[in-house]
Design a protein around this ligand. Structure first.
Ligand SMILES: O=C(O)[C@H](O)[C@@H](O)[C@H](O)[C@H](O)CO
Ligand SMILES: [Zn+2]
Length: 299
C-alpha cells in the first residue's frame, strides 16, 4: 500500500486559489488567485512562484496549442503571453450581466475551452442565484452557450472515452454527467451521479484519473474525494489541513502527483490562525494513481 503524503508547496495565503493545471514543458503548476487577480506559475524545479497581476478576477487558466495560455478574466476569454505579461481580450460573454464573472474552466479533448459563469459572491457561496451559464470557446474563437440558470459553475472534466462530460454546479451539491459528443462538442442527457454527504460540504473543482475515477475538491470540507462515476460511490477521502479546498489536478512526473488549491477568503482571524496554510497550494504524493495531461486550447 502506498502512503499518502501532503505538502504545502506555495503558502502565500491566496484569496481564492483555483484552476491548477500542469504545464509539462515548464515543469510547472499554473493556477490563479481569483479575487487576488493573479495568474501564478510554481516551478517544481526551483520551487519559485512567478505571478502576473491582471485587471479583473481571473478564474481559470489553460494551455494553448500555439504556446502560452488562455484565461477567463471577468466575463472575458483572454490570451495571456507569459513572457511579455500581456493580456488581450478574445471575446466577451454575459454582456447583459455586469455583476457576473467566469469561474472554473477546462479544455476538452478536442481543444475546446469550456468555462462557466456566476454572479459575484457577496460572501463565499452567497450570491444572486441562477445568473450563470456554461460556455465553450471554439478554436475559431467563436463562443457557444450550452445552458444558463447556473448558480456557481464549477468543476468539469471528460471521461477517458470522451463520451461523458462531468460537471458541477456547486449549489446543487451534486456531481452531474452529460452524454458528450466529442465531434460536435454538444452535451445532453444530464443526470446526477453523486450527491454530496453533509460533511463534504460544497463540491468545487474536479479532475479525472487514469482509472476513470473522479476527484472532487470539497470547499469547506477540507478534503478531496474520489468517486466512481459508474457506481455513484465514494471510494476514497483524502483530508487536507485547510477547510477551503477549491480544486485539484494531477501533475509532476508521469502525472503521479496531485495538486490541490485552496482559499482563505471568508475566514476570520481565529479560523486563519487555526489554519495558517489556508489559501496555499498542496502537493499530494503516494496516492498510487495517476492523472492525464491537460488538453491545450486549439485556437
Ligand atoms: O473556487 C471557486 O470555484 C469559487 O470561485 C469559489 O468562490 C467557491 O467555489 C465558492 O465560494 C464555493 O462554492
Ligand atoms: Zn471552483
Amino acid at each position: 500500500m502506498s502512503s499518502v503524503k501532503i505538502e504545502c508547496v506555495a503558502s502565500e495565503n491566496y484569496k481564492i486559489g483555483e484552476s491548477p493545471v500542469w504545464d509539462e514543458k515548464e515543469n510547472s503548476l499554473l493556477y490563479v488567485d481569483i479575487t487576488g487577480k493573479k495568474v501564478c506559475k510554481w516551478n517544481s524545479l526551483t520551487k519559485q512562484v512567478q505571478a502576473i497581476s491582471v485587471d479583473a478576477p481571473v478564474s481559470s487558466v489553460a494551455l494553448r496549442k500555439s504556446g502560452d495560455y488562455v484565461i477567463t478574466l471577468g466575463t472575458r476569454f483572454a490570451a495571456l503571453k507569459w513572457k511579455d505579461q500581456l493580456v488581450t481580450t478574445i471575446t466577451h460573454v454575459d454582456k447583459d450581466k455586469p455583476n457576473n464573472r467566469f469561474n472554473d474552466g477546462k479544455v476538452d479533448p478536442a481543444g475546446r475551452y469550456f468555462a462557466g459563469t456566476m454572479a459575484e459572491e457577496i460572501r463565499p457561496a452567497v450570491l444572486e442565484r441562477h445568473q450563470g451559464a456554461l460556455y465553450t470557446l471554439l478554436a475559431d474563437l467563436s463562443v457557444v452557450k450550452h445552458f444558463d440558470q447556473v448558480d456557481i459553475s464549477n468543476g468539469l472534466d471528460w471521461s477517458l472515452d470522451h463520451k461523458t462530460f462531468f460537471y458541477i454546479d456547486s449549489l446543487s451539491y451534486s456531481v452531474d454527467a452529460f452524454d458528450y459528443d466529442l465531434h460536435t462538442g454538444k452535451i445532453g442527457n444530464r443526470r446526477s451521479i453523486y450527491k454530496m454527504e453533509k460533511e463534504e460540504s460544497i463540491p468545487d473543482g474536479m479532475c479525472i484519473d487514469t482509472e476513470g475515477k473522479l476527484w472532487v475538491a470539497c470547499y469547506d470540507g477540507g478534503r478531496v474525494i474520489r468517486l466512481d462515476p459508474e457506481t455513484g460511490k465514494r471510494i476514497q477521502t483524502v483530508k487536507l489541513p485547510v477547510d477551503k479546498t477549491t480544486s485539484c489536478c494531477f501533475g509532476g512526473k508521469d502525472y503521479s502527483e496531485m495538486y490541490v488549491t485552496s482559499a482563505s477568503e471568508g475566514m476570520d482571524k481565529d479560523w486563519l490562525s487555526r489554519q495558517p496554510q489556508a489559501g496555499g497550494v498542496f502537493k499530494i504524493t503516494g496516492l498510487g494513481v495517476k492523472g492525464i495531461p491537460p488538453y491545450p486550447f486549439a485556437g
